[in-house]
Design a protein around this ligand. Structure first.
Ligand SMILES: *[C@@H]1O[C@H](CO)[C@@H](O)[C@H](O)[C@H]1NC(C)=O
Ligand SMILES: *[C@@H]1O[C@H](CO)[C@@H](O)[C@H](O)[C@H]1NC(C)=O
Ligand SMILES: *[C@@H]1O[C@H](CO)[C@@H](O)[C@H](O)[C@H]1NC(C)=O
Ligand SMILES: *[C@@H]1O[C@H](CO)[C@@H](O)[C@H](O)[C@H]1NC(C)=O
Ligand SMILES: *[C@@H]1O[C@H](CO)[C@@H](O)[C@H](O)[C@H]1NC(C)=O
Length: 417
C-alpha cells in the first residue's frame, strides 16, 4: 500500500519536494514503534589496549544484528562469532545495546566497524576505531664524535609513534632548536631531531636531554638523558715540593694529568740522563729517597692520548747539608714571591733570603715570608694600641677638666637654695 502511495506522490511533486517528503515519511515511520535504527560511537584506544565498540539500538524487534570489521568481514552474526579472532568478544547484547570488545588492539585494527540491522530497509552505522601509539623513550645517536674545539652532532630518534611524537632537546632547562625530520611508515611515524653544538673541554660531562611529547602520554614526557663526552689532549703539571731540598731528604713529585681519554701511561724521565736507581715510580708519583747532589737535573713527566701529548718538567737542585744556604748577598725583600714560586711551572727552589734568620730546621723560603707577615702585623697592632691609649688618656683628661668646670658652675646654683 505505502510504496504505491509514495510513488504517486513522487510523480506529482517536483524533485526537491519529493526528497523532503521522503525524509518526512522516514521520520514519521521512525516515530512509530516498528522503526528500528542503530547508532555507533567512535573509539580511540592505545595500541595494546582494549577497545569497546558499541551499537545503540532503537526499537529493536529481534532482527539480525551484524557487525563487520573495516575489511567488511563479518565478526558477529547476531551474537554468534563468525570470524576466528579470539581478540573479539561480544560482551553485551540487549535490545538497546550491542557491545563488542577487542583486546590487544594493533594499528592494523584501525578503521570503520560496521553495525548493521537487517530489516525491511537496511540500516547501518560506522564506528571509527583510532589507535594511538605512544613513543618509547627516544634514543640518542652521536653522528660525529666530540673533540675539543669542534662540533658534536647528536640525533634524537623516536622510531615509532602515532600520531608523530614531538621531540625537544634541552640543556640546562633551555631548549636547543633541532632539525626535525619525520618519516611516514604506513600507519606510524618515525621522528628525529638533530642538533649540532660546538664543544670545548669544559663541556665534557655536560648533561643534555631529549624529551618526547605525545597526546597518548597526557602531560607526561619520555626523557633520554645524555652526557657529552668531549675528547681533548692531556695537560700535565708537576706538583713541586715546597722549600729547598738537602742531601738525605726524600723527594716526592706528583704528576697531575687531565685528558679525555685520561692517559693511561705517565712517563717519568730525566733529561740527558737516566733516572736515579733509588727513584720509585708508582702511578703518577715519582719518589726518590736519600737525595744526593748527583741527582741534580731536570725531571720530565709526559702523558699522551689520541688527541695529543703534554709534558712538564721539574729542576731538582740538592743542597749540601753542611752550610746553611745563606750565601746570597742580594737582599730580597720579603714580598710574597713564594706564591709565584709554588704555582709556577719552573719549580726551581730559590735561596732563602738572609734578612730573616729562621731556625735551621726550617730553611724553606715559604716559611720565611710567612713569618715576615706576622712581624709586620704585630708592629702595626702595637702602634695602633699605643695610639689608642694616648687618645683615651687625652679624652679622659679633657673630660675630667670639663667636669670640674661644670661642678664649679653647679655649685653656685645649689647655693641659691
Ligand atoms: C567518527 O569518525 C569519522 C572518521 O574519522 C568521522 O567522519 C565522524 O564524524 C566521527 N563521528 C563522530 C560521532 O564523532
Ligand atoms: C538475534 O539475537 C537476539 C539476542 O540474542 C535475539 O533476541 C533475536 O531473536 C535474534 N534474532 C534472530 C533472527 O535470530
Ligand atoms: C598483542 O599483539 C601483538 C602483535 O600485534 C603480539 O606480538 C603480542 O604478543 C600480543 N600480546 C598479547 C598479550 O596477546
Ligand atoms: C742535554 O744535552 C744537550 C746536548 O748535549 C744540551 O744541548 C742540552 O742543553 C741538555 N739539556 C739539559 C736540560 O741539560
Ligand atoms: C747541585 O745543585 C746545588 C745547588 O745549585 C749545587 O750547590 C751543587 O753543586 C750541585 N751539585 C752537582 C753535583 O751538580
Amino acid at each position: 500500500m505505502r510504496p504505491v502511495r509514495s510513488a504517486v506522490l513522487c510523480r506529482l511533486l517536483p524533485a526537491p519536494f519529493s526528497l523532503a517528503l521522503r525524509s518526512l515519511v522516514l521520520v514519521l515511520l521512525c516515530i512509530t514503534p516498528r522503526c528500528q535504527a542503530v547508532q555507533a560511537e567512535n573509539v580511540t584506544v592505545m595500541e595494546g589496549g582494549t577497545a569497546e565498540i558499541s551499537c545503540r539500538l532503537q526499537n529493536y524487534d529481534g532482527s539480525i544484528v551484524v557487525i563487520q570489521n573495516p575489511r567488511r568481514q563479518t565478526l558477529f552474526f547476531n551474537g554468534t562469532r563468525a570470524l576466528k579472532d579470539d581478540r573479539f568478544q561480544m560482551v553485551l547484547f540487549t535490545p538497546r545495546l550491542v557491545r563488542i570488545e577487542l583486546t590487544n588492539v594493533s594499528v592494523s585494527d584501525e578503521g570503520g566497524y560496521f553495525c548493521q540491522l537487517y530489516t525491511d530497509s537496511t540500516h547501518h552505522q560506522v564506528a571509527t576505531l583510532s589507535v594511538l601509539v605512544p613513543p618509547e623513550t627516544p634514543t640518542v645517536e652521536v653522528k660525529q664524535e666530540a673533540v675539543e674545539g669542534g662540533e658534536v652532532e647528536l640525533t634524537c630518534m623516536s622510531p615509532r609513534s602515532k600520531p608523530a611524537a614531538t621531540l625537544r632537546w634541552v640543556r640546562n632547562g633551555r631548549e636547543i632548536p633541532g632539525v626535525v625530520s619525520q618519516q611516514d611508515n604506513g600507519k606510524t611515524f618515525s621522528v628525529s631531531s638533530t642538533i649540532r653544538i660546538p664543544v670545548e673541554r669544559k663541556d665534557n660531562g655536560a648533561a643534555l636531554s631529549c624529551e618526547a611529547f605525545h597526546v597518548a602520554l597526557g602531560g607526561q614526557k619520555r626523557i633520554r638523558h645524555y652526557r657529552l663526552d668531549v675528547y681533548f689532549a692531556p695537560t700535565v703539571r708537576i706538583v713541586p715540593p715546597t722549600g729547598i731540598l738537602r742531601e738525605g731528604d726524600s723527594l716526592s713529585l706528583t704528576c697531575s694529568v687531565t685528558g679525555n681519554p685520561l692517559p693511561r701511561n705517565i712517563q717519568w724521565s730525566k733529561i740527558n740522563d737516566t733516572l736515579p736507581e733509588r727513584a720509585e715510580i708508582s702511578g703518577p708519583t715519582l719518589q726518590i729517597s736519600r737525595l744526593s747532589q748527583s741527582y741534580n737535573g731536570t725531571y720530565l713527566c709526559q702523558a699522551q692520548n689520541n688527541y695529543g701529548r703534554a709534558a712538564d718538567h721539574y729542576t731538582l737542585l740538592v743542597y749540601d747539608n753542611v752550610s746553611p744556604p745563606t750565601t746570597s748577598t742580594t737582599a730580597v725583600p720579603p714580598t710574597p714571591t713564594t706564591t709565584q714560586q709554588i704555582t709556577s711551572h719552573s719549580t726551581t727552589p730559590t735561596l732563602p733570603t738572609p734578612s730573616f734568620a729562621p731556625d735551621p730546621e726550617d730553611p724553606g723560603a715559604v716559611v720565611e715570608t710567612h713569618s715576615a707577615v706576622p712581624y709586620a702585623v704585630i708592629g702595626g697592632v702595637l702602634a695602633l694600641l699605643v695610639f689608642t691609649v694616648i687618645c683615651v688618656l687625652i679624652v679622659t683628661i679633657w673630660c675630667s677638666v670639663r667636669q670640674k668646670g661644670s661642678y664649679r658652675t653647679r655649685e653656685p646654683i645649689l647655693a641659691w637654695y
